[in-house]
Ligand binder design. Structure first.
Ligand SMILES: Cc1ncc(COP(=O)(O)O)c(C=O)c1O
Length: 403
């Protein structure tokens, strides 16, 4: 079981009266990340790659940060591309892949993804790429691999889909979907932004080609990371200067280089996670995290599911096998925008909107109601905080239980 006193003491920003439940928007950074960030800026804020000792120290710190990002995804350092954000990285990838495709080639996107893994691909339609849409099943708002199978053909070049919806919280069967895509000769680009803060990632066992996360939601700074399978990266064109070699990984995908101090600070993420279990492994840390999250989300889902006026978007199961603790709901007769300000008054920070999963919210007919109310928990939240949220909701919505 996680020692919550220990956990919370690792996050200086949690010393606030606010209950922070907007973590799918961004988690707060752990102390280890902050220390490394200020350490880099204090001790060796110089250019990398020179022969003087300070430069070598700076290079080593950035290399350590890259290795940490790679470890978080189960990849090697040369297979991880670091950038300003996930959105920037997906756009860079689309620009790098497009020259290798021809008019009439196809890309499959979904209607549940955050726009990051949709827009960059849909824009290729203007260049002759055919876009197909893998849609969620309406009952659960989940992606089903069988529905993907029907869309694949010998013109499919890439399937872009999410590991976990940032609205519904359900976990996609990535392994099955990636296997289908691979069998059809298509690449995969998977959005793990809503998944990586909650579960151990192992890109190798998932069998994906490209896989990305935003580390400011994984207790770190504003850096995006994208894994690319080595062979797929080598086959993809460069977006860097002409003199950067086609085999220079990951440099050919990092025009302008990386943000040194932020990347150096990434080593603080696995360092923090290592403090969560006796063995200190990422596997153990995420097992503890999954158990804590299931305990947290259970009373929230029970309350929402039992409330007459509330509709949970997607599946109400609290099982950590099926979901992460991101929960969205609507309230009969009320716009989503009405609820968060009332929780603000009670010191509980949640929010409303489409959360850039614009197409899902539009397809669910929820735009006119200002989208959904989203509560997004992480392992540093406590049962007391969830109780405060549920009490607040009960006051705002009324008890609303079925007779
Ligand atoms: C599921 C998901 N994908 C992608 C993104 C975009 O990430 P970034 O801000 O790093 O571009 C977000 C950000 O909220 C997200 O929640």
């Amino acid at each position: 079981m996680l020692d919550l006193d220990h956990v919370r003491s690792q996050f200086p920003a949690l010393e606030t009266p606010w209950v922070l439940m907007d973590n799918a928007g961004g988690s707060v950074p752990c102390r280890q990340v902050i220390d490394r960030l200020t350490g880099f800026l204090t001790r060796h804020p110089v250019q990398l790659g020179a022969s003087y000792a300070l430069s070598m120290d700076a290079s080593a710190a950035v290399a350590e940060g890259r290795a940490a990002a790679a470890a978080l995804l189960g990849a090697t350092p040369e297979e991880v591309i670091l950038g300003a954000s996930s959105t920037a990285l997906v756009n860079q990838l689309a620009a790098a892949l497009r020259p290798g495709w021809t008019e009439g080639d196809e890309v499959i996107v979904t209607n549940v993804d955050h726009e990051t893994n949709v827009g960059a691909w849909r824009r290729l339609e203007a260049t002759g790429i055919v876009i197909r849409e893998w849609r969620v099943r309406p009952e659960t708002c989940e992606l089903h691999p069988d529905d993907l199978a029907a869309l694949l053909n010998d013109r499919t070049r890439l399937v872009a889909f999410t590991h976990c919806s940032n609205i519904v919280g359900s976990i996609t069967d990535v392994r099955a979907a990636a296997a289908l895509a691979r069998a059809a000769g298509a690449l995969t680009c998977v959005d793990a932004v809503a998944y990586a803060p909650h579960r151990r990632v192992d890109v190798r066992s998932l069998g994906v080609d490209f896989y990305f996360a935003s580390l400011y939601k994984v207790y770190g700074p504003h850096v995006g990371v994208m894994f690319g399978r080595r062979e797929a990266l080598l086959e993809t064109g460069s977006i860097n200067h002409f003199f950067v070699g086609e085999d220079e990984l990951p440099r050919k995908f990092e025009p302008g280089g990386v943000n040194y101090e932020l990347v150096a600070s990434l080593a603080g993420i696995p360092e923090y996670l290592g403090t969560l279990s006796d063995a200190g492994t990422l596997e153990d840390a995420f097992e503890e995290i999954a158990a804590q999250e299931e305990a947290l989300v259970t009373p929230l889902l029970e309350f929402l599911d039992a409330h007459r006026e509330v509709t949970i978007v997607g599946d109400p199961s609290p099982s950590s096998e099926r979901r992460v603790p991101t929960v969205s709901f609507t309230v009969e007769g009320r716009a989503a925008s009405e609820i968060p300000p009332l929780l603000d008054e009670r010191g509980v920070a949640v929010r409303f909107g489409h959360f850039y999963a614009y197409r899902l919210i539009r397809d669910l007919g929820l735009m006119e109601r200002d989208g959904v109310v989203r509560v997004s928990l992480v392992h540093y939240n406590t049962l007391d905080e969830v109780a405060r949220l549920v009490e607040g909701l009960a006051e705002i919505l009324g008890p609303g239980t079925a007779d």
